[in-house]
Design a protein around this ligand. Structure first.
Ligand code: ATP
Ligand code: MG
Length: 595
């Protein structure tokens, strides 16, 4: 197939779009692949659509290979099923809600667990119908708080979502593993450097869950890995608690003066000055941070988090742990409601043993602690009196937390929870997410089948998503350079960009002939037949990013044309009657078998 650039609906831009923060966004817009319609909402132009279709084809092939069948649900959905599972409320401001002319609530689907569950319930009644895997490639809508980076985080985006239905846990495990393997093949074929990490299930519910992250500096996700092979999204890291210590060995509580010590560092300095004999650090202190938690139904409750003073509460870990509720730091007005709390010197307990934090305490504020705060550990913390701190405040003796909340920041060099060595941190973009949902949705919506013994059993489900439009951007992000896009052969809108330069008619005739011959051999050709300067044509070819570039120009008089690689920038002259076989050889080396 040949497309003449003079006919193609495209305009390349010389300037970056004002809101472009990352290379994929900048170049997809500048090269004329996508155009912004509204914040987080994009239109696809011919070049972009071709890449999108190639990504979809890879996904369809791998879904077919595991026996998943393609369907398509509407994007405009009724409220009731989402009400039944609680997600109408849990999704909060993240769903686009619509009221139809009769006043009925509807939504634009953010994900389709409910609809698939109901469809299978409608049609299937027996264990003999299972296992079943269904998928769709479809437009999803989420009113993201922070749409950014073009296609990477849109408010309208394309997702491949599949759902598996099994009669028992072993079946679910097998369906999950099949999807996991298919996802590995998909991301390998997309040419992405990716890791599979343990993930949080979030609003989705369910148990086992993993994410496929493309390793990219501009990613929004932080993940950890250890030399021994532990990997996790930072949100999902579960800190291994240390061994408990005998309470009898703990020192008694003691107050000491800390005038104007408004920070952990200041407290540590005073400790080392006034209580010498050992080296005190921030890790010896217990910091208490207050949050106001808002439940999806709008109810509010206070929460205190106790963690080692050398750590901060990590906003993303907190967000993931609290979801679908939202925790925000206590404001001045919140503190006014608890006059007994002495800001800067907060403590779960006072010197006389009165509990200050915890459901059973005078404030009744729920108190959750970091996993490192185990029974028998003793801490320096506030005295709940201005300018005073306490030493020897011992967990399990002086205070008891209401539970554990694992939301402290995870650092480079922290031990992996499974003992497999120090953690290294890196950034990535979530490309895919697989979940074992279990029976949550089937239970809420009544999806049951008859088992072998004629007994009704609730079906167990998995849910598996790939960001299809995000994948286009992630590949662009990982391959673009300072000149523009740079596609692998498997995803490029065209395999070869043939450029005719100069004014001579013979050059244009020869260039078109080469394009024709390559096309006849099964390659897709973009032919720059425009009356433009060579500089403009070369720049456009670099911005647009086709992997193989053939330049027909002045050298033709000497019987040569130029063959360029977009990826390496290498150029070499090739005799004109060898160019077709040469291009075919380059394509074959890149994994593309031409006819
Ligand atoms: P994220 O953590 O990035 O918000 P998510 O956990 O909400 O994603 P899922 O519900 O697991 O995402 O959706 C499945 C896949 O859809 C994700 O792995 C991602 O590739 C893609 N995706 C999710 N949200 C967006 C978005 N706003 N824009 C583009 N792709 C998205
Ligand atoms: Mg996810």
């Amino acid at each position: 197939m040949i497309t003449k650039l003079s006919n193609l609906f495209v305009r390349t831009l010389r300037e970056d779009p004002a809101d472009a923060e990352v290379p994929s966004h900048r170049w997809l817009v500048r090269a004329g692949y996508i155009r912004r319609a509204a914040p987080g909402i994009y239109s696809w132009l011919p070049l972009g659509l071709k890449v999108l279709e190639k990504v979809e084809t890879i996904i369809r092939e791998e879904m077919a290979a595991i026996g998943a069948q393609e369907v398509r649900f509407p994007a405009l959905l009724p409220r009731e099923p989402y009400e039944a599972t609680g997600r109408w409320t849990d999704y909060g401001d993240n769903i686009f809600r619509i009221v139809d002319r009769k006043g009925a609530d509807m939504l634009l689907g953010p994900t389709h667990e409910e609809m698939f569950t109901l469809m299978v319930k409608d049609l299937y009644k027996s264990y003999k119908d299972l296992p079943l895997s269904l998928y769709q490639i479809q437009t999803k809508y989420r009113d993201e708080a922070r749409p950014r980076a073009g296609l990477l985080r849109g408010r309208e985006f394309i997702m491949k979502d599949s759902y598996s239905f099994d009669v028992d846990d072993a079946g679910l495990e097998a369906s999950y593993d099949r999807h996991r393997a298919a996802y590995q093949r998909i991301f390998e074929r997309l040419g992405l450097d990716f890791v599979i990490v343990s993930a949080m299930a979030g609003a989705m519910g369910g148990s086992r869950s993993e994410e496929f992250l493309a390793v990219l500096e501009n990613g929004e996700d932080t993940f950890v890995r250890s030399p021994g092979g532990y990997t996790a999204n930072v949100e999902a890291v579960k800190v291994a608690p240390p061994a408990e210590l005998p309470i009898g060995d703990a020192p008694a509580m003691q107050a000491f003066e800390t005038p104007q010590a408004g920070s952990i560092a200041a407290v540590v300095e005073i400790l080392n000055r006034d209580l010498p004999g050992r080296e005190w650090t921030g890790a010896d202190t217990l910091k208490n941070v207050l949050f106001m938690v808002t439940e999806p139904d709008g109810k509010k409750r206070p929460l205190a988090v106790g963690l080692p003073g050398d750590r901060e509460v990590d906003a993303k870990r907190l967000e993931a742990a609290m979801e679908p509720a939202v925790a925000e730091p206590f404001g001045e007005d919140d503190f006014k409601k608890y006059p007994e709390l002495v800001v800067g010197f907060m403590s779960p307990v006072s010197l006389d043993g009165t509990r200050i934090l915890g459901k059973e305490s005078s404030t009744k504020i729920e108190y959750l602690v970091d996993p490192r705060v185990v029974t028998g550990t003793h801490w320096v913390t506030g005295a709940n009196v201005k300018d005073q701190h306490l030493t020897g405040v011992t967990a399990g003796r002086d205070f008891t937390a209401d539970g554990v909340l694992d939301v402290a920041d995870v650092r480079q060099g922290d031990p992996a929870p499974d003992g497999s060595g120090p953690l290294a941190l890196a950034r990535g973009i979530e490309m895919g997410h697989i979940f074992q949902l279990g029976r949550k949705y089937a239970e809420a919506l009544g999806l049951k089948v008859l088992d072998e013994n004629g007994k009704l059993v609730t079906v167990t489900m998995g849910s598996y998503g790939v960001g299809v439009s995000r994948a286009v951007a992630a590949v662009a992000e990982s391959t673009a350079d300072d000149k523009g896009l740079n596609w692998p052969l498997s995803l490029a809108p065209y395999h070869v960009h043939v450029i005719a330069t100069g004014k001579e008619v013979e050059v244009f005739v020869k260039a078109e002939q080469i394009a024709d011959e390559l096309s006849a051999r099964g390659l897709d050709i973009l032919f720059d037949d425009r009356k433009a300067s060579p500089g403009v044509k070369f720049a456009d070819s670099e911005v647009m990013g086709m992997p193989i570039i053939v330049v027909v120009g002045r050298g033709l008089a000497d019987g040569v044309v130029e063959l360029r690689s977009r990826a390496t920038g290498d150029k070499r002259e090739v005799p004109v009657d060898e160019i077709v076989s040469e291009v075919i050889a380059v394509a074959a080396a890149g994994g593309l078998q031409a006819g």
